[in-house]
Structure formats: C-alpha cells, structure tokens
Design a protein around this ligand. Sequence first.
Ligand SMILES: Cc1cc2nc3c(=O)[nH]c(=O)nc-3n(C[C@H](O)[C@H](O)[C@H](O)COP(=O)(O)OP(=O)(O)OC[C@H]3O[C@@H](n4cnc5c(N)ncnc54)[C@H](O)[C@@H]3O)c2cc1C
Length: 204
Amino acid sequence: PLVKGYSTEMSLEVTSLGVQVHGGMGFIEETGAAQYYRDAKILTIYEGTTAIQANDLVGRKTARDGGQTAKAIAAQVEKTEAELAASGSADAQAVHKRLKAAREAFLDVVDFVAGQTKASPNAVFAGSVPYLMLAGNLVAGWQLARSLLVAQALAAKGEDAAFMNAKVTTARFYADHILAKAPGLRDSIVEGAQSVTGLALEAF
Ligand SMILES: Cc1cc2nc3c(=O)[nH]c(=O)nc-3n(C[C@H](O)[C@H](O)[C@H](O)COP(=O)(O)OP(=O)(O)OC[C@H]3O[C@@H](n4cnc5c(N)ncnc54)[C@H](O)[C@@H]3O)c2cc1C
C-alpha cells in the first residue's frame, strides 16, 4: 500500500507543480504539462484507490499483528539514524533530526492504530489516508537518507562530485521540506478523529 498509495498521491503533487511552474502555459495544452496532471489523477483511483490502500495498511498491515512489522521497519530506520549521527556532516545532522522526528511520529500512530482499531475503528480509519502518507513519507525519507550516506562516502573517494552533491542536496531538501510534515500528520491522526466524524450523516 505504501508504494502504490504514497507514490501515486505524490505524482499528483509533482505534476500539479509541473503545471504551476509553467504558469498559464501550464494550464493550457501547448506545453503538455496539464496532460501529465490529468493522467496522474487516475493513478490514485484504479488498482485500489488511495483510501482502499490505506484501509489495507491499517487493517492487514498494522492492526493484525499488533504493529509488530511496522515497528520492525521503524527499528531499521533507527539504525540509519545512528549512521547519520555518526557521519558528522551538517547535511547528515539535518536529515537525522527530521528522520528521527518522523519515525517517532510514525511510532505514535502505530501505537494508536494497533491499540484502538478494535475499540474505536471509526477513529482509526478516519486517519487512515494521513497514516498512509506519513508512513510513505517516512520510508521515502529513510531511503533518501541512505542514499545521502552512500553519496557522501563515494564523494570522499573522489567519485563524480557533482552527481554525489546532487544526491546529498536532494536528500536534505526532502528532509527539510517534506519529511518535516510528519509530526503534523501524527497530530491529525491521533488527535483529529473527532472532527472527521463529528457531523451527522444527514449533514452530507
Ligand atoms: C480509466 C479507468 C480504467 C480502469 N481500468 C480498469 C481495469 O482495467 N480493470 C478493472 O477491473 N477496473 C478498472 N477500472 C475501475 C477502477 O478499478 C475503479 O474505478 C476503482 O477500483 C474505484 O472504484 P469505483 O470507481 O467504484 O469507486 P468507489 O468504490 O465508488 O469509490 C469512490 C470513493 O470512495 C472511496 N471509498 C470506497 N470504499 C471505501 C472504503 N471502504 N473506505 C474508504 N473509502 C472508500 C474511494 O477511495 C473513492 O475515493 C478503471 C477505471 C478507470 C477510471
């Protein structure tokens, strides 16, 4: 569910940005940017909509084993955090800070999902898509952090400095601007269900 759900939701963000950077020419057809945006929209709908992927993540992938698999992944992330902390570079330190905060937010949500799905299913499923986005964000940030460590090591050996620097900068940008959103999502999921389910059905 993370690969399908998170990647396709992000494709919408990326293609929307593609329209935006072209301004009015992005909106009309001549650039072709709008076609990518339209085509990306179906990706979140077929082969299991994002909400269906999120239901799977909550039910079969998290609640069923009491969050054990999710916590095992978080433990892997924590190992990368230790490598980042040991690396000493400013970029690694910055990514470490964001990755740690995102993992801790993820673990809070895993505890909420594993602990509340039976007792309060509506409260948990109200946050299922934000949980999918938080988990996808964490895993993507983790992989980029790993790529930063590899790129730093290769750059130190004198390999393709421009390419390695781009890898490091990309990982840093992702951590500073995208991974940084994870703690906010945690709050929405763990503390925000009441307002999702607050209106009576008749209100719709
Ligand atoms: C261009 C295109 C090509 C397609 N190709 C194929 C194909 O080749 N083969 C095939 O079998 N199908 C295909 N489909 C169908 C596609 O798989 C369905 O559109 C998709 O599964 C969503 O089902 P639905 O349209 O009935 O939406 P609905 O099930 O009505 O969903 C509407 C909204 O409600 C949400 N929702 C529904 N149920 C739940 C729930 N239990 N919990 C939370 N949210 C929920 C959904 O996430 C969605 O946002 C295609 C569709 C399109 C548009």
